[in-house]
Design a protein around this ligand. Structure first.
Ligand code: 0O2
Length: 216
């Protein structure tokens, strides 16, 4: 977290190690920063989407989704990662409170969009994970970026972390299905089903590669 981000948070947090309380007014105030940063990022990317469609006659971005992580999911993730539930841990360690998903048609577009984001003068790149070139063991493929977005408040500008996931329509179809049936399933799935899901992810990868060949 940046110095100025910490300072503004400190206005709200007398004690930085204060216990996280999702029912508290403080929590709502903190979420205001994430929601606003996400709004700001969404406007920037939506303009890029329209620019490509209008000026270059190309659908670079199919659609954009945004979400603020549910309080319950935040608490669950903190438990899973064994972080004590304090505001400072939430701000510093949970990178996807504000999340954006950018869905495109072609695999090549993922890297093009990644570069466009990297070149945005006001966006700071904190971390990147390329699960497109190196899919997860589950078969999951997507390009992840943790970025810091400036939020222009009346008193000062603060930088707020957002997670951006970039993936193709086909990858998104697989990930949404797998998210429901396996990733977030309480019961878990059989080895056979896990194997099948990996094989479908590979199929989708082949399909994405074929689409690039067709385009070329
Ligand atoms: P949810 O409910 O989807 O938000 P970090 O601490 O930032 O380094 P993090 O967040 O622990 O890393 O892990 P990672 O690998 O960057 O994954 C973050 C998100 O990617 C997950 O968020 C999922 O949305 C998605 N994801 C990762 N692996 C899989 C997978 O195998 N299948 C599917 N369908 N999605 C996956 P959350 O918070 O875990 O869950």
């Amino acid at each position: 977290m940046r110095e100025n981000e910490l300072m503004i948070m400190e206005n709200f947090l007398e004690n930085k190690d204060e216990k996280l309380d999702i029912e508290d007014e403080l929590y709502k105030k903190l979420m205001f920063f994430y929601k606003s940063a996400l709004k700001q990022l969404n406007v920037q990317l939506d303009i890029i989407k329209d620019e490509f469609k209008t000026i270059y006659n190309y659908d670079l971005i199919d659609h954009i989704e945004t979400r603020i992580k549910e309080p319950k999911s935040i608490l669950k993730k903190m438990e899973k990662k064994k972080y004590s539930k304090t505001y400072v841990n939430l701000i510093e360690k949970i990178n996807d409170v504000a999340g954006m998903r950018i869905i495109c048609t072609l695999k090549d577009d993922i890297f093009f969009i990644r570069d466009l984001i990297k070149n945005m003068p006001n966006i700071h790149i904190v971390k990147e994970k390329d699960y497109v070139t190196n899919p997860k063991q589950s078969g999951y493929a997507s390009y992840h970026m943790i970025v810091e977005v400036p939020l222009y408040l009346t008193q000062k500008t603060i930088y707020v972390k957002c997670e951006i996931q970039i993936r193709t329509l086909a990858m998104d179809f697989w990930a949404s299905f797998e998210h429901k049936v396996k990733y977030k399933s309480e019961k878990g799935v059989s080895k056979k089903m896990s194997k099948e899901l990996v094989s479908y992810a590979k199929m989708i990868n082949r399909f994405d590669n074929k689409m690039i060949e067709l385009k070329n």
